[in-house]
Design a protein around this ligand. Structure first.
Ligand SMILES: [Fe+2]
Length: 181
């Protein structure tokens, strides 16, 4: 049941984008879809990181041609991402716990411009367009579970030093494949 819903959300985004629906409109529908999906995800079925390990990503569904991808991410309190970009659009919702997001705008010259941080709690949704200037960092304020829909497979991304603007390309941690969460 869950897998069919995960696949349907990915396929709907792929179909809408292929049909020429604007990215803004796609993000609106994706936000609604992730809100609905949050009611389907069973945290007990996901492997949680232990101790000081970084958060764990679980690939729930992916379109093999466009690479539109849906992930569940499980966090232990205090875990933090690097300051990073995605190179594509994305939608995030929190299923359980609280995440804290800091974000920056990448300008022509360093340092990065800071935007007001936001807290995301159960049921809240955030999204970003595919502007290459969007950079963020996420901290888990509590143990947390979140859903992430991206316009790409997110196999690699850039990490940044906000003060200097220095940028490094890194490979993403492998995600657990579908059915092996
Ligand atoms: Fe991110």
């Amino acid at each position: 049941m869950n897998q069919r819903r995960y696949d349907a959300v990915v396929q709907q985004q792929v179909a809408d984008l292929a049909a020429g629906v604007s990215l803004d409109a796609c993000l609106v529908s994706a936000r609604a879809a992730l809100r609905e999906l949050a009611g389907y995800v069973d945290a007990q079925q996901l492997r949680w990181p232990a101790g000081a390990e970084t958060y764990a990503r679980h690939l729930l569904a992916r379109c093999p041609t466009t690479q539109v991808s849906l992930f569940a991410v499980v966090w232990r309190r205090g875990q933090i991402s690097a300051v990073h970009d995605h190179g594509t659009w994305g939608v995030v919702t929190v299923v359980a716990g609280t995440l804290f997001e800091e974000s920056w705008t990448l300008g022509a010259a360093p340092p990065l411009t800071s935007r007001p941080p936001v807290s995301l709690t159960r049921g809240q949704v955030a999204s970003f367009s595919n502007a290459p200037t969007y950079v963020h960092r996420v901290t888990a304020r509590t143990d947390a579970l979140s859903l992430h829909l991206y316009g790409d497979r997110v196999a690699s991304y850039h990490v940044f030093d906000p003060a200097t603007g220095a940028r490094t390309c890194v490979d993403a941690q492998p995600a657990d494949p579908p059915g092996q969460s």
